[in-house]
Design a binder for this molecule. Structure first.
Ligand code: CP
Ligand code: NVA
Length: 308
């Protein structure tokens, strides 16, 4: 039976810790498992632009001996030229796995249901699990533990925070989230994360006050105020997010050893000031690098382990 990587909610806490260990092993010894995907082809369906996700997947597949086939919006426009189900069934006859970046999360679900090969979510409007897994690795490398670390997120209640809520809950890391009114995280994702957090001992705190969220935090995270697909709302969003920029003043309220995180792409002068993202506390390029290592671990997991 195939297994997918659509959401961190589908993986147990132990499985997530195992993926992080495997990613660390692959990071230390990149030549390991270099023929694991030998003879295998993976389709990369991208309905939106990408730097990190596309390049880290293509490089990771090549490192593991496989072949990546990039299919941009000109090649496949899900549901337009042909149905998502027909695309998934066709691709399943040629290739061994699908990595997909889509507008609607329903399209990821549709690809997963109709394909007979593993599907990896490379970002949807609801979730970005590959980034959240890379972010866990980055925090673990810096602090060696998730216990007694408070993770603050300031900004839009978007796909990034939805996945970070689940990631933090799974590893028992407490999280404070500050969003403007009307930009809260997805209620179902929040509910699911709270359920897990109760079991792992993590606390989840929501506020509309960025200062309250970052007070004493060891991690301060933000993301764009205008996600891909929301371009028409730009003017309104830039107005609504005034006061939510992560700048030097906000960072000074965090713990002395706090790090700054951002999934990128970033907009200096909007969600983050240039001095913070380009300053000594910023680990944004470690996060970007860790995408490569965690995604290789996910692929090793999906393509070599037997799933019941
Ligand atoms: N963080 C991230 O997913 O970057 P890209 O949009 O460039 O892939
Ligand atoms: N929230 C952003 C993340 C980009 C990696 C977006 O969806 O555009």
């Amino acid at each position: 039976m195939k297994r997918d990587f659509l959401s961190l909610s589908d993986y147990s806490s132990q499985e997530i810790l195992n993926l992080l260990s495997l990613a660390k092993q692959l990071k230390l010894s990149p030549w390991q498992m270099s023929d694991l995907l030998k003879g295998k082809s993976i389709a990369l369906i991208f309905q939106k632009p990408s730097n990190r996700t596309r390049v880290s997947f293509e490089t990771g597949i090549s490192d593991l001996g496989g072949n990546a086939i990039y299919l941009g919006p000109q090649d496949l426009d899900l549901g337009k030229r042909e149905s998502t189900s027909d695309i998934a069934q066709t691709l399943s006859r040629y290739i061994d796995g699908i990595v997909a970046r889509v507008f609607s999360h329903e399209d990821i679900i549709g690809l997963s249901k109709s394909s007979t090969v593993p599907v990896i979510n490379a970002l949807s409007d609801l979730l970005h699990p590959c980034q959240a897994l890379a972010d866990l690795l980055t925090v673990q490398e810096r602090f060696l533990t998730f216990r007694n670390i408070r993770f603050a997120y300031v900004g839009d209640g978007n796909n990034m925070v939805n996945s970070l809520l689940m990631a933090c809950a799974k590893v028992g890391m407490s999280m404070s989230v500050a969003t403007p009114k009307g930009y809260d995280p997805d209620p179902a994702q929040l509910h699911a994360a709270r359920d897990i957090a109760e079991r792992t001992g993590a606390e989840i705190h929501l506020t509309h006050d960025p200062k309250e969220a970052v007070e004493g935090a060891r991690v301060v995270y933000t993301d764009t105020w205008v996600s891909m697909g929301q371009e028409e709302e730009s003017a309104e969003r830039l107005q609504d997010f005034q006061g939510y920029q992560v700048d030097g003043d906000l960072m000074s309220r965090a713990a002395k050893d706090a790090i700054f995180m951002h999934c990128l792409p970033a907009h200096r002068g909007q969600e983050v000031s240039a001095d913070v993202i380009d300053g000594p506390r910023s680990v944004v390029f470690d996060e970007a690098e860790n995408r490569l290592h965690v995604q290789k671990a996910v692929m090793v997991h999906l393509f070599t382990f037997k799933h019941q």
